[in-house]
Ligand binder design. Structure first.
Ligand SMILES: Cc1ncc(COP(=O)(O)O)c(C=O)c1O
Length: 348
């Protein structure tokens, strides 16, 4: 049977044979007792890539974001983030549930927090208000599904946001789940982007194609607090080198090819945009995420997703009006052709 063309997420990739070979060959130890050498190599490689003093290997990007939130805040504090940021929308209320932190949201559909709005949102010290303790930015910015997705927040913009936060002595955390895509799309180094943040995390299981894991980097005192939280969350793993080796392989070998995913995403958007009633913003596609708004009467994102599924093309409804396509290691030109044939058949 033909495998499906799976555009639902860049998390669906399977490790390649060479990645599996690297995992099998990994040197292992007990990371909780005296360190796992492969985990150590991955943490050092990531810290160097983002230009931070050190890093921690964690099971998921969500845990990395939440450990960062917990390490920078105390109960009763407030964090500021864009309304549809992952840390606000997709982490099951963890900032409030785990850390007693409330969230103030700003609206920036392209992920670019307005520096003046941010300055106004940061609270002055007062016994009556929560303490603003953290600003979160997302790179690339997935978006809420109502406009183009996967936007690269320009370096100059991040620098303005960081300047506002730093002037008020507030740390910035970068959810860089897809920072590698931003680097590939812009040519700006990871370290330059990350210089606009005090802590940064990247998922290894998205565009980089590793099966599991995320890395969180920052200064030593932050990492000391983060280690306590990792212990409390039960996120410290033993012979984790067996999976960290996949992440290390991905960081060393799979960065350059992300440009191919971005070109394929543009092809997806162009294919959809050729069908009237589908709005896909092909010229605005900057990375590997394509949002497609369904504007044809009688059609919904769920109906389009179901119809494409019957042709072996998997996508994900993203909002009341949009379907999301994500490109990655395990889709190629043949999958876009299949999408074109499916759309021709169901959209006639
Ligand atoms: C922007 C962003 N941040 C964080 C995460 C969380 O990563 P994980 O799925 O590894 O928990 C995701 C996952 O989709 C994401 O898209």
């Amino acid at each position: 049977m033909q495998r499906p063309s799976d555009f639902r997420s860049d998390t669906v990739t399977r490790p390649s044979q060479p990645m599996l070979a690297a995992m099998l060959a990994a040197e292992l130890g007990d990371d909780v007792l005296d360190g796992d050498p492969t985990v150590g190599r991955l943490e050092r490689a990531y810290a160097e890539w983002v230009g931070k003093p050190g890093a921690l290997y964690l099971p998921s990007g969500t845990m990395a974001n939440q450990i960062a939130v917990g390490a920078w805040t105390r109960p009763g504090d407030e964090l500021i983030a864009e309304r549809s940021a992952h840390v606000v929308q997709w982490e099951a209320g963890a900032a409030a549930a785990l850390h007693g932190v409330q969230t103030q949201t700003l609206v920036a559909p392209d992920g670019r927090l307005d520096p003046d709005e941010l300055a106004a949102a940061i609270r002055d010290d007062s016994i009556h208000t929560p303490r603003t303790a953290l600003v979160c930015v997302e790179q690339t910015f997935m978006g809420d599904g109502n406009g183009p997705g996967g936007r690269v927040v320009p370096l100059a913009h991040l620098e303005r946001v960081a300047a506002v936060a730093r002037a008020r002595k507030i740390p910035v955390h970068m959810d860089g789940a897809r920072l590698p895509n931003a680097v590939a799309a812009s040519g700006v180094s990871a370290a330059r982007f990350a210089s606009c943040a005090d802590s940064v995390m990247t998922s290894l299981s998205k565009g980089l194609g590793a099966p599991v894991g995320a890395v969180l980097a920052g200064p030593e005192d932050f990492l000391a607090r983060a280690k306590v939280l990792r212990k409390r969350f039960g996120g410290w793993m033993r012979q984790a080198g067996v999976i960290a080796a996949g992440g290390l392989y991905a960081l060393e070998r799979n960065l350059a090819r992300l440009k191919d995913d971005h070109a394929l995403a543009r092809a997806v958007a162009e294919t959809c945009a050729r069908h009237s009633g589908l709005c896909a913003w092909p010229r605005e596609v900057e990375s590997n995420i394509v949002m497609v708004r369904v504007e044809r009467s009688g059609w919904t994102p769920e109906r389009l997703t179901a119809a494409l599924g019957e042709h072996g093309v998997l996508t994900m409804p993203m909002s009341a009006s949009s379907v999301r396509f994500v490109t990655h290691l395990d889709v190629g030109a043949a999958d876009v052709e299949r999408l074109a044939r499916a759309l021709d058949a169901i959209w006639a």
